[in-house]
Design a protein around this ligand. Structure first.
Ligand code: HEM
Length: 402
C-alpha cells in the first residue's frame, strides 16, 4: 500500500480511506515525509487524535495549524495570529470575546431566519431542474449566514466566500499566489467594514468585535481583520462541503436516504451527525510538540509536528461499530468532525442549524435528486469536499397541486 498523506492527489477523490485503514492497523502514528520540510507524524486512531487535540499542555497550535510552516508573507501578519493558532491562556481570552454569539440559546434564535434563507436558496434553482449543487445551493447558505452574523450585505458574503476557496486551494501543499491575493482582498474588504461599523455601529458581531476589550485594550485593526478572516474562512467551505459530500454519500446509499426521508424531522438529528462523521470536511489540524512526548507508543521530540486526521479517527473500528457503514440512525455518535479540546469548532451549533435547514429544503422539494455528471473534488489535503457537483431534480408539487 502506497502511503502519502502529504500529496493533495491522495485526496483528489475524497478521504484516502484505504490508506487510513492501513495506517490505523499497522502504523497509527506514522512518520510522513514532506517536501521542503522536516516531515510530520500522521495520527490516525481516534483515541490518539482525541488526546492530542485536548492535550494543549503538550501540543501547541503555534506557529500554525497547517502542515507547512508558512512562508512569511502568507500567514505571518507582522507577528499577529489568528485565534486558531494561539494557545491558552491567550487563546482563551480571544475566544471569550466572541463565544457568546455561538452558544446554543443564541444560535437557536437564528433558526427561523436560516430556514427562510434555505427556502430562498432552493427557490432560486428549483424550477430549472438542474444546477451545480456546490456553488448554487450548498455554498450559498454558509456565505449568507456569515454575512448576516457579521452585518454585511448577503451578496458580499458570496464574494468573500469565493476568496476562501482560493485560500484553501494549494499548489503542492503551498499557498498559491491566487490564495495570497485573496487574503489581501479580504483584508481590503475588512478595512471597509471597520470604517462602516465605527461610523454606524449596529447590533452585529463586527460592531461588537470593534468595541470589546482584551486586557483592557480594544482590538486593533489587524486583530479585527484576523477574526474576520477566521470567521469567513472557518464557516464557509466546511459547511458547504458537508452538504455536498453528504448528499453524495446518501445517493450512494439509497436505503439510508429512503430511511431518512420516511421521517425527516424525527431522523434528522442522528442523520446529520452521521454525515459529519462520514464526510469529515476538515481533513486535519496540526500541532507542535512542546516537549518530548509519547503518542500511541511512538516517541515524538520537542518541536515535532503532530497531524490529527479527523476523517480517519471517525472511521476507527475501535471507536465505532461498523465504522465503514453509513448508518444514519447511529446513536450515540461521538464523532470528532468538529475537533475537541480548547479549539473545538466554535461554529458547530450554527453549522448544525444550517445543515438541517438545507437538508429539509433539498430533501422535501428536490424530487428524483441525482448526479448529472461526475463531481470534481477539491484538490486539497486540508479541506475535503466536491468543488463542482452537477445535479438534476424535479420540483416537488406544492401541497395545493398534489
Ligand atoms: C460542517 C461544518 C464545520 C466543520 C466540520 C468545522 C470543523 C472545525 C474544526 C475541525 C475546527 C478545529 C477544531 C480543533 O482544533 O479541535 C474548527 C474550528 C473553528 N470553527 Fe468550525 N467547522 C464547521 C463550521 C463552522 C462554522 C459555520 C463556523 C462559524 C460560523 C465555524 C467557526 C470556527 C471557528 C471560529 C473555529 C476556531 C475555534 C478556536 O480556535 O477556538 N466553523 N471547526
Amino acid at each position: 500500500m502506497k502511503i502519502d498523506l502529504w500529496d493533495p492527489q491522495s485526496f483528489a477523490h475524497g478521504h484516502p480511506h484505504a490508506q487510513y485503514a492501513w495506517l490505523r492497523a499497522n502504523d497509527p502514528v506514522h512518520f510522513q515525509e514532506e517536501p521542503n520540510g522536516p516531515g510530520f507524524w500522521a495520527i490516525t486512531r481516534y483515541q490518539d487524535v482525541y488526546d492530542v487535540d485536548r492535550g494543549f499542555q503538550a501540543f501547541s497550535s503555534e506557529p500554525t495549524i497547517m502542515i507547512q510552516d508558512a512562508p512569511d508573507q502568507a500567514t505571518n501578519f507582522g507577528g499577529y495570529k489568528m485565534m486558531l493558532m494561539m494557545d491558552p491562556p491567550q487563546h482563551t481570552a480571544y475566544r471569550r470575546l466572541i463565544r457568546e454569539e455561538f452558544t446554543v440559546p443564541v444560535t437557536a434564535g437564528r433558526i427561523p431566519r436560516m430556514k427562510q434563507l434555505a427556502r430562498q436558496i432552493v427557490d432560486e434553482v428549483i424550477e430549472r431542474g438542474e444546477c451545480d449543487f456546490v456553488s448554487q445551493v450548498a455554498g450559498e447558505m454558509p456565505s449568507y449566514v456569515i454575512a448576516e452574523l457579521l452585518g454585511i450585505p448577503l451578496e458580499d458574503g458570496r464574494e468573500l466566500y469565493k476568496w476562501t476557496e482560493a485560500i484553501h486551494t494549494t499548489a503542492g501543499g503551498s499557498p498559491t499566489e491566487e490564495g495570497m491575493v485573496a487574503v489581501f482582498k479580504m483584508f481590503e474588504y475588512g478595512r471597509k467594514v471597520i470604517e462602516e461599523k465605527r461610523a454606524r455601529p449596529k447590533d452585529d458581531l463586527a460592531t461588537k468585535l470593534l468595541h470589546v476589550e482584551v486586557d483592557g485594550k480594544k482590538l486593533d485593526d489587524m486583530e479585527f481583520l484576523l477574526f474576520f478572516l477566521l470567521l469567513i474562512d472557518a464557516g464557509g467551505d466546511t459547511t458547504r462541503n458537508l452538504l455536498s459530500s453528504g448528499m453524495i454519500a446518501m445517493l450512494e446509499n439509497p436505503d439510508q436516504l429512503n430511511w431518512l426521508k420516511a421521517d425527516l424531522s424525527g431522523r434528522l438529528n442522528s442523520a446529520r451527525e452521521e454525515l459529519l462523521r462520514w464526510c469529515s470536511p476538515v481533513i486535519y489540524m496540526r500541532r507542535r510538540a512542546r516537549r518530548d512526548v509519547e503518542v500511541g507508543g511512538k516517541k515524538l521530540r520537542e518541536g515535532d509536528k503532530a497531524v490529527m486526521y479527523f476523517g480517519s479517527a471517525n472511521r476507527d473500528p475501535q471507536k465505532f461499530a461498523d465504522a465503514d457503514k453509513l448508518d444514519l440512525s447511529r446513536t450515540p455518535n461521538e464523532h470528532i468532525a468538529f475537533g475537541s479540546g480548547p479549539h473545538v469548532c466554535l461554529g458547530q451549533h450554527i453549522a448544525r442549524i444550517e445543515i438541517d435547514a438545507m437538508l429539509v429544503e433539498v430533501l422535501t422539494r428536490m424530487k428524483n435528486f441525482e448526479l448529472a455528471g461526475e463531481p470534481k473534488w477539491l484538490p486539497s489535503n486540508f479541506i475535503s469536499g466536491p468543488q463542482v457537483m452537477p445535479v438534476r431534480f424535479t420540483p416537488a408539487k406544492r401541497m395545493a397541486e398534489a
